[in-house]
Ligand binder design. Structure first.
Ligand SMILES: *Cc1c(COP(=O)(O)O)cnc(C)c1O
Length: 399
């Protein structure tokens, strides 16, 4: 037999990750109170979650989850098309469609699943999906599942998108982009991309996982902020695990697209519906995300303050106005050293390394939440500045 042994292969791969310093380990949070978390017996202030509006521990949301579980039980019991579609799911879909001004919404187990579903249900062999180079992994992986051709264009480049569509004129086409980019925090040029899509008869699909709740009037997201809707963006994704503080995802779209997805998307059909209590709690989270403008205002104030102070200290930031404020570190070692120094100072910002970001672009992905205070932000920048200088000193001493 010459068949490769799987156990040998993963052992070698693990050894290589160890040699490159690219092992991954989870840290366990034992208690949490807002942005203070207890990890390995120590309380730290974290600047890394996606709970931008501070809804993950909102009292009324949590109480609704408990009430819902007492009433409807623990799980849905089945997939949506069998017997698992409950009134709470239906209500959540209606609330979100109304919030975003779309004809219909469809609830999914997660954003990753929803992205797989969209391309699997809409694209075929011979079709093309044109995507920003820095799109989320689930969008990129989805094209492979669909059997379509993936063509990527340079980050934030509508002309690049147009070129890629022009060289693939045969099959049906989708143009897909993150609304707010998850590792950089910058925003896609949505209006220009929508024009490109229209010129090329491509379906324009926006994954606004990090824009929903945070951007636009009533937190309706990046598409609404760009003053567009179903006419320009017939299908978009919002996730419920980031600014909304829970878990799951929703596609909003035109009637025909949502109908087709609900009847043909395998990652929709062959999976259990979310717990109805979770859907009920998410309805409350949506109400807060819509109404609590103070959460967005506070967040924006913190973002401005962070950028001003960080730039004064000479830290390298990205062109981001969102609560995702990465501090670029270059090498993985710099990023790891900076992260460790912050932790010593009681601040938790894990390093983000390749392959999550390109080689040489390791970073600390700082994220801000409406639950942070101005003092938290000042403390963070102070520690970042001090630690970054120390890391540089050590590097130049070694060199
Ligand atoms: C987080 C994220 C997803 C995945 O959503 P989950 O609900 O966490 O599976 C998809 N797209 C983007 C851009 C994301 O940031």
């Amino acid at each position: 037999m010459t068949r490769p042994d799987l156990h040998e292969r993963i052992k070698a791969a693990r050894a290589e990750r160890v040699a490159q310093g690219r092992t991954r380990a989870r840290r366990t949070v034992t208690r949490r109170d807002g942005v203070r978390v207890e990890v390995d017996g120590r309380w730290l202030t974290e600047f890394a979650s996606n709970d931008y509006l501070g809804l993950a521990q909102q009292f009324e949301v949590g109480a609704t989850l408990q009430d819902g579980a007492a009433r409807d039980g623990f799980g849905a019991g089945a997939s949506h098309l069998i017997t698992g579609h409950h009134a709470a799911h239906d209500g959540l879909e209606r609330d979100i469609a109304e919030w975003l001004g779309y004809p219909r919404a469809l609830l999914f187990g997660s954003g990753f699943l929803a992205n797989l579903a969209v391309q699997q249900a809409l694209l075929e062999d011979g079709d093309v999906c044109v995507q920003d180079r820095l799109n989320h992994a689930s969008l990129l992986d989805a094209t492979r599942l669909a059997g379509a051709k993936l063509r990527r264009y340079p980050h934030l480049d509508p002309e690049g998108a147009l070129r890629q569509l022009k060289v693939a004129p045969e099959g049906a086409a989708m143009l897909a982009t993150d609304g707010v980019f998850s590792m950089d925090g910058d925003v896609a040029p949505l209006r220009a991309l929508s024009l490109v899509a229209r010129m090329q008869q491509a379906l324009f699909y926006v994954d606004d996982a990090h824009g929903i709740g945070v951007r636009g009037p009533e937190g309706r997201g990046s598409v609404a902020e760009a003053r567009m809707g179903p006419a320009e963006v017939p299908l978009q994704l919002l996730t419920l695990g980031k600014a909304l503080g829970g878990y799951g995802a929703v596609l909003v779209g035109t009637d025909d697209l949502i109908q087709h997805l609900s009847e043909t998307a395998r990652p929709y059909i062959y999976t259990t519906a979310l717990p109805p209590a979770l859907a009920a709690a998410t309805r409350v989270a949506v109400r807060h995300a819509r109404r609590d403008q103070w959460r967005r205002d506070k967040l924006l104030g913190l973002v401005d303050r962070f950028r001003l102070l960080a730039q004064r200290r000479g830290l390298e930031l990205t062109a981001s106005e969102s609560p995702i404020q990465p501090v670029l570190c270059g090498s993985e070692r710099n990023a790891l050293a900076l992260s460790a120094a912050l932790e010593n100072a009681g601040l938790w910002v894990p390093a983000i390394r390749p392959p999550t970001v390109p080689e040489g672009k390791a970073r600390l992905r700082v994220t801000l939440s409406a639950l942070h205070s101005l003092q938290d932000v000042e403390r963070l920048v102070e520690a970042l500045g001090r630690s970054w200088e120390a890391v540089q000193r050590i590097r130049s001493a070694v060199a």
